[in-house]
Design a binder for this molecule. Structure first.
Ligand SMILES: *Cc1c(COP(=O)(O)O)cnc(C)c1O
Length: 356
């Protein structure tokens, strides 16, 4: 069986370092807010070429805290693409605002920026471009509208656009285990160049308190766990290499599959350096092809089978033709650092067999 993601290879590389780092935490018993958290925050900020990083409990909290930090609340509208993981919309709703869905570009799968601009109303407080599958959305097209740009960077750790990692006001990322930078449990972070926004996120994430037992805002308990910070420090040191391995694997798929009838390969926007969180192709009869691949030992996956505006909690009755079309055609091929050429050749062979 070739799995969609194999985390055991990454674990083998960092296991000794993580065990040693965890021993230090155990011996000091500083399980919350140990020095490793601040170290990792600094290291991730440096890696992302951004001034501030605040570690939090998971990516969904990171999005909600980023939204609240820019002032999103009751009665506001936030614009987001419907073809994302549901967490993007959950964060908006949890902040008290209304998610306003827009369609995606059919080639890049990224937010349709023209539709997003057209969706702005007097109530719009923020837009959430999602850097889906590992490439940055054309965020520059959304600037200067008097609304905040809150990036969903859960899938784009290390990605750049026109040489920049960071293009909006504030970004939220997730260190869910399967992400490019994955913890050994839930974790996330908010990044920004704005020190006031960073302070706001930090305040909200620890019970609205900058000073122990002084609470100046209604906050949350959403901290980055010290044990997870140790894992993330060890993995971050290798992330550039791992992202390069993903890019090499993506290139090889594109070589193996170019010219195969029926297969549409992923498109990279000009100016983008893609980190290939997922390698997503389009195929006809996707469900049948997917089933047949699984039956032949290839664990392809679908990200995501249902656009958010068609899920029960967010059903709006609207129609978004590109997102709905894509949801029926997309197929994520196995990709992870350490995937072998032989595994990729087998994936291509089984896929081509299933298409015939
Ligand atoms: C993973 C993910 C999230 C949520 O992150 P969690 O850490 O699971 O809460 C949000 N948005 C996108 C696009 C994601 O892929």
């Amino acid at each position: 069986m070739i799995p969609p993601v194999d985390l055991s290879l990454q674990h083998a590389e960092v296991a000794a370092e993580v065990a040693a780092g965890w021993d230090v935490v155990f011996s000091k018993t500083a399980f919350v807010g140990g020095p490793q958290v601040a170290e990792f925050e600094q290291e991730y900020a440096t890696f992302s070429n951004v001034a501030h990083c605040v570690g939090v409990a998971n990516g969904t909290d990171a999005l909600e805290l980023a939204l609240r930090a820019v002032g999103v609340g009751q009665g506001d509208e936030c614009i987001l693409p419907t073809n994302s993981f549901i967490a993007t919309a959950e964060a908006v709703a949890r902040a008290g605002a209304t998610p306003m869905f827009v369609d995606c570009d059919p080639d890049s799968f990224l937010i349709d920026t023209k539709a997003a601009l057209a969706a702005i109303t007097s109530r719009t407080k923020a837009v959430l471009p999602v850097h889906l599958y590992g490439q940055l959305a054309p965020v520059e097209e959304l600037r200067d509208q008097g609304i905040a740009i809150v990036e969903d960077a859960a899938q784009s750790q290390g990605a750049t656009r026109n040489g920049l990692n960071f293009v909006g006001d504030i970004a939220a990322t997730s260190f869910y285990p399967g992400k490019n930078l994955g913890a050994y449990g839930d974790a996330g972070a908010v990044t920004t160049n704005d020190s006031a926004l960073a302070e706001k996120v930090r305040l909200l994430s620890q019970h609205g308190s900058a000073e122990k037992y002084v609470h100046s805002a209604l906050g949350f308990n959403s901290r980055l766990d010290t044990l997870q910070a140790v894992v993330l420090q060890a993995k971050l040191r290798r992330l550039a290499v791992w992202n390069a391995q993903r890019a090499a694997a993506a290139d090889y798929y594109s070589t193996l599959l170019s010219g195969v009838a029926g297969v549409r390969l992923p498109q990279v926007l000009p100016g983008n350096s893609h980190v290939w969180h997922l390698y997503v192709i389009r195929v006809p009869e996707r469900n049948r092809v997917h089933d047949e691949m699984r039956a032949n030992g290839v664990g392809a996956a679908i990200h995501y089978p249902t656009p958010i505006h068609k899920t029960e909690p967010f059903a709006t009755g609207e129609t978004f033709p590109n997102a709905e079309l894509l949801a029926g055609e997309i197929l994520s091929l196995p990709i992870f650092p350490g995937i072998t050429r032989a595994q990729q050749e087998r994936v291509a062979e089984v896929l081509i067999g299933a298409l015939a």
